[in-house]
Design a protein around this ligand. Structure first.
Ligand code: ASP
Ligand code: MG
Length: 453
């Protein structure tokens, strides 16, 4: 039997949108402006996760104390503006005690599990404080521990969500609360089957919002951040960048993977599975509009956006023992798979393969893709060359593979740049190429002027 649920919107607020009391107040106004918003997902206040990650590295006592003092000041700046600060002040103080305790433990035994436990306190504090801000507006609000629903595997720092379990748990534990009140929960954090705290990787709150939207069959996910939507490129690189009003899921996913720092790269997976539109807007300027990411966009232009990923490393492997290419490639891919390396872009020729490995956004920041063990094993099958100091420029658009003059249009004005690798054809939404890092920004400016202005 299918039940007809009221249409709900999941609203997620990023770190800058809950950075201080004023930001929280603006975000509360946004939540209350639309009755369909029934579930709020929050990041930690800006700067807090970074401090907690540093603390999880095992700091010397006086440095540790400085960081904890900074954290406390950030929280008290919010608490002191509340009308009834006492009870919540005590609760936050308990969490800060916990943080101190865990940060001291990290000195002797650093681990990804401990790091996740520690950083989860950032979202705990912001969500508890936001509940108070909403209650001051006399709104029936419930705080909810996301770990009761966001079940993941135990890959600490970059855990994978278990979609079916999340759907079941959300129906059982979260839906009844949403029927009663406005619910505020944490992004980014989850728990494994043994009940240990996990995280979805840096920036993972967007992903939480779309996972919960999927589980609850929400009508829309609103991602409130510090920019009024998704732009044709990073305005810090190209000031002429323009906001894109609507974008398809495929284009937006491609942008996220290619380095546009607007959405966590996995955010759109649940939205695509359940066809849930995702809106991106600025909580500081809610009236400035934003970008709607959805399945169908009208009249897609061929070229939509440019993205840049810095600090790329190119790995070039050449077969040394004269094996036929198919066997050589099979060996190489098997090694990469054994080392659980996320492959990103690949080009292949007769006896060589060039690839870029994708550094995961693990919470602890410890994930090193090119480990010595990996390189040693690769060297036993191939001659390995490593080239650093590169940047990946990606042109995103629709039906790029069918665009007859594309290569001329893209590369004509880039003749002064030494292109190190080009990937095109596998995705019809992106053309990516590697350049020396120092040419990347000027290439972005040229391409934006020629193709997007
Ligand atoms: N607080 C976490 C981070 O800074 C998650 C998020 O903001 O999405 O990475
Ligand atoms: Mg974010």
């Amino acid at each position: 039997m299918t039940r007809n649920y009221p249409q709900i919107i999941v609203a997620k607020f990023g770190g800058t949108s809950v950075a201080d009391f004023d930001a929280m107040s603006r975000s509360a106004t946004i939540v209350l402006a639309d009755k369909a918003v029934r579930l709020v997902v929050l990041s930690a206040s800006a700067g807090v996760t970074n401090l907690l990650v540093e603390l999880s590295g095992g700091l010397e006592s006086s440095v540790r104390q400085d960081k904890i003092d900074t954290l406390r000041t950030l929280q008290y700046n919010i608490i002191s503006r509340l009308k009834q600060p006492e009870a919540i002040g005590q609760e936050i103080e308990r969490l800060i005690d916990n943080i101190s305790h865990l940060a001291a433990m990290a000195v002797d035994s650093r681990s990804a599990a401990l790091c996740d436990e520690l950083v989860s306190h950032g979202e705990m504090m912001s969500s508890l404080l936001f509940v108070e801000v909403l209650r001051e507006r006399e709104v029936e609000t419930q705080w909810f521990d996301a770990r009761k629903v966001i079940r993941t595997d135990d890959t600490f720092g970059c855990a994978a969500p278990e979609i079916h379990t999340i759907a079941e748990l959300a129906e059982k534990r979260l839906r009844p609360r949403i029927d009663q009140a406005l619910v505020v929960t944490q992004g980014f954090i989850g728990s494994d089957a043994a009940g240990q705290t996990t995280t979805l990787g840096r920036g993972g709150s967007d992903y939480t919002a779309s996972l919960l939207a999927e589980a609850l069959q929400a009508a829309r996910v609103d991602i409130w951040t510090d920019v009024a939507g998704i732009y044709t490129t990073d305005p810090r690189i190209v000031p002429q960048a323009k906001r894109i009003d609507t974008l398809s899921f495929a284009e937006a996913s491609e942008m996220a993977v290619c380095g546009a720092k607007v959405l966590h790269p996995a955010t759109l997976l649940p939205a695509v599975r359940k066809n849930i539109p995702v809106f991106v807007g600025s909580s500081a300027q809610p009236r400035a509009g934003g970008t709607l990411v959805c399945r169908d966009t009208q009249e897609p232009p061929r070229y939509r956006a440019l993205a840049l990923r810095r600090q790329q490393t190119l790995l070039k492997l050449t077969c040394v023992n004269g094996q036929p290419a198919h066997r050589f490639l099979a060996e190489i891919f098997a090694i990469l798979s054994r080392h659980d390396v996320a492959l990103d872009l690949v080009t292949i020729s007769e006896s060589s393969i060039a690839l870029i490995l994708n550094a995961t956004g693990s919470t602890s920041g410890q994930a090193e893709t090119m480990t010595t063990a990996l390189l040693t094993e690769l060297s036993s099958y191939s001659h390995v060359e490593i080239e650093t100091g590169l940047a990946l420029v990606s042109l995103i658009g629709n039906a790029l593979a069918q665009a007859p003059a594309m290569c001329k249009e893209v590369f004509a004005d880039l003749d002064t740049h030494a292109v190190r690798m080009i990937c095109h054809g596998a995705s019809s939404h992106a053309l990516c190429f590697l350049l020396p890092a120092e040419c990347a920004e000027s290439a972005m400016k040229t391409l934006h002027r020629n193709l997007l202005e």
